[in-house]
Design a binder for this molecule. Structure first.
Ligand SMILES: [Zn+2]
Length: 253
C-alpha cells in the first residue's frame, strides 16, 4: 500500500503522487511546475502518470513532463494526445507491485475514468468530498449510475478527488440536510482545515455515504429537500439526484 501525497496546483487542484517502482507516479498533473519542483527536491524521476479525463487542469502538464521524462508511462483515455497506454472500463494497470483497476465513470465528461487500488480510489472530478462533478458532457443518469457504482465499494475505501472543494460542498450538503449531524461535524472540521491550509483529503467512503447528498438521493430527507426545491413531489434516486445537481449549480451560500 503506497503512501499517497498531495501536491497543490492552481487554486484548488491536487496532483496525487506515490512511489511506483524506481520513481513516482502522478495523477492528473495539470500544472507541471509544482510537480517538477517536488520531483527535483526528492531526486526522483517520474515513471508513470494516471489521467482521469481530458480537462486542461488535469492534463496540462503532460507535454512538458514527457519532455523531462521521455520514458514516462501515461495511462488514460485513448482520446487524450500523449497517452502511451490507453485504458478503459475493465482494464488493469500494474505499477510495480501495485495493481489498479480502471472504472469508467461518465458524467462529468464522457471519457472519465477512476483508478481503483486495493483500498483507495483516485476519483478525479467524478466524486468529491461531499459533492460530485458538474455535468459538462454526460447526462444525470450517467453520473447517477457512476456514483452508484462507487457507492458500492467497501466503506473503508479512501477517496482521492482532484479538487479541494470540500468546504463549499459541505455548505450545500447542509442546505439539503440541516439536521444531519455528520455534515455539521464535517463542516467544523473542514473550516479548521482551511484555516490551517491543511488538505481535507483523502476522505473515507463511509463518511461520504453519511453526508454527501449525491450519494444519498434515495433517502427520504433528500427526496423531501429536492421536492421542496422543485415545487412538486419527485421520486427517490435519479430524479432526486437530477434536482440536487441542478440546485448545486445555482447554490449561493
Ligand atoms: Zn474536469
Amino acid at each position: 500500500m503506497p503512501e499517497i501525497q498531495p501536491i497543490k496546483a492552481f487554486n484548488d487542484n491536487y496532483i496525487w503522487v506515490f512511489q511506483s517502482g524506481n520513481g513516482i507516479c502522478a495523477v492528473d498533473p495539470g500544472d507541471p511546475r509544482p510537480l517538477l519542483a517536488w520531483l527535483a527536491e526528492k531526486r526522483q524521476p517520474l515513471t508513470a502518470i494516471l489521467l482521469t479525463h481530458h480537462h486542461p487542469d488535469h492534463i496540462g502538464g503532460l507535454a512538458r513532463l514527457r519532455e523531462h521524462f521521455p520514458e514516462v508511462q501515461v495511462y488514460g483515455p485513448a482520446s487524450i494526445a500523449g497517452v502511451t497506454h490507453p485504458v478503459r472500463e475493465g482494464g488493469q494497470i500494474s505499477l510495480g507491485e501495485l495493481a489498479l483497476d480502471v472504472i469508467a465513470t461518465p458524467g462529468h465528461t464522457l471519457d472519465h475514468l477512476i483508478y481503483l487500488g486495493p483500498d483507495f480510489a483516485f476519483t478525479g472530478d467524478t466524486l468529491f468530498a461531499a459533492g460530485c462533478g458538474r455535468l459538462f458532457e454526460g447526462t444525470p443518469a450517467m453520473m447517477y449510475q457512476s456514483l452508484s457504482r462507487l457507492a458500492g465499494l467497501p466503506d473503508t475505501t479512501r477517496l482521492y478527488p482532484a479538487h479541494e472543494y470540500t468546504l463549499a460542498n459541505l455548505y450545500f450538503a447542509q442546505a439539503c440536510e440541516p439536521d444531519n449531524r455528520t455534515i455539521k461535524d464535517r463542516l467544523v472540521w473542514a473550516q479548521q482545515c482551511m484555516e490551517s491550509s491543511t488538505p481535507t483529503l483523502p476522505v473515507l467512503l463511509s463518511a461520504e455515504k453519511a453526508s454527501n447528498p449525491f450519494l444519498r438521493a434515495s433517502l427520504p430527507t433528500l427526496v423531501a429537500a429536492a421536492s421542496s426545491r422543485a415545487g412538486h413531489a419527485v421520486k427517490p434516486g435519479l430524479e432526486t439526484f437530477t434536482i440536487l445537481r441542478q440546485w448545486k449549480n445555482e447554490f449561493v451560500r
